[in-house]
Design a protein around this ligand. Structure first.
Ligand SMILES: NC(=O)c1ccc[n+]([C@@H]2O[C@H](COP(=O)([O-])OP(=O)(O)OC[C@H]3O[C@@H](n4cnc5c(N)ncnc54)[C@H](OP(=O)(O)O)[C@@H]3O)[C@@H](O)[C@H]2O)c1
Length: 270
């Protein structure tokens, strides 16, 4: 029987490419999304369904899991990909913006994991692939809110693997560098506070460097390939950096003192 993957946030970017990648490899794919009624392409592919799933809505998660098992008879891999960035200076963030950022990027992942675990536990197998970021182990200016959610995801996943390993359930953490998707425009939300101007020059300077960083980003099919490798690996390896930038930054971060590493980041943004 073909294997089945359920992916969150498959309407665009990394999630969408991952759905196509698994489909091309012969998998059954539940390419879940918030607005499946808008989907024109994925839904036409063989062995692909597009259940409605909002990671902040537990009922929609349960229904998507149920309809996927009903259609394909199984779920073998879950890819927690849905996420977005609240970007800018922290002081300007509203409580609602912060709540929403954590609701989607952290509690959204936890909601999906908690929903699939009874099934994986009964099946005595399964793989959970959580899309974190290089920003799950290092940080960049103006990303304090987003990157703290990714540190949470990496920490959550790393601790979770202890209790799931005896049950034969694998956990994988993907750490992409810059990837050219809707992430940096349509999906991104920004902090802004009336009358708060002291950061303006700093923000301008950071944006110039960030734009360069993004323009050199990878195509999402590279990340899809790494997700596929992680999902199909037979070993218990936890971390999967994706892209040359991710590998370089994360190696430096591991080998050098944090103060040295952050002085390099400051130099890059000068
Ligand atoms: N792009 C990068 O440079 C980069 C680097 C490192 C990590 N990542 C991570 O990669 C993942 C995918 O991002 P991307 O680059 O592919 O960006 P993207 O093209 O903006 O895709 C984000 C996806 O998340 C979905 N989403 C947002 N809120 C959701 C919710 N409440 N429930 C379900 N789906 C929701 C979006 O759906 P809608 O279409 O409905 O908005 C969209 O499908 C994210 O977790 C991101 O943090 C990205």
């Amino acid at each position: 029987m073909s294997k089945t993957v359920l992916i969150t946030g498959a309407s665009t970017g990394i999630g969408r490419e991952t759905a196509k990648y698994f489909q091309q490899k012969g998998w059954n794919v539940a390419a879940t999304m918030r607005s499946p009624e808008k989907e024109k392409e994925l839904i036409k592919l063989q062995n692909v369904i597009c259940p409605k799933l909002d990671v902040t809505n537990e009922k929609s998660i349960a229904l998507a899991i149920e309809s996927t098992i009903e259609k394909f008879g199984t779920i073998d891999v879950i890819v927690n990909n849905a996420g977005y960035s609240l970007t800018g200076v922290f002081e300007a963030a509203t409580t609602d913006q912060l709540q929403r950022q954590y609701d989607v990027n952290v509690f959204g992942v936890m909601n999906v994991v908690r929903a699939i675990l009874p099934y994986f536990r009964e099946k005595k197998s399964g793989t959970i692939v959580n899309v974190s970021s290089i920003g799950g182990k290092m940080t960049l200016p103006l990303f304090s809110m987003y990157q703290s959610t990714k540190w949470a995801i990496s920490g959550f996943s790393e601790a979770l693997q202890f209790e799931l390993r005896p049950l034969n359930i694998k956990v994988k953490i993907i750490e992409p560098g810059a990837v050219v998707t809707d992430f940096y425009d349509r999906s991104m939300t920004h902090t802004k506070k009336e009358g708060l101007t002291d950061y303006n020059e700093y923000i301008k300077k950071i944006h110039v460097v960030n734009d360069k960083f993004v323009s050199k980003g990878n195509h999402p099919d590279k990340t899809a390939n790494v997700i596929y490798k992680a999902a199909t690996s037979n070993n218990w390896k936890l971390y999967y950096p994706s892209g040359g930038d991710a590998k370089a930054y994360l190696t430096l971060r591991k080998l050098q003192p944090v103060s040295w590493f952050n002085s390099v980041i400051r130099m890059i943004y000068k």
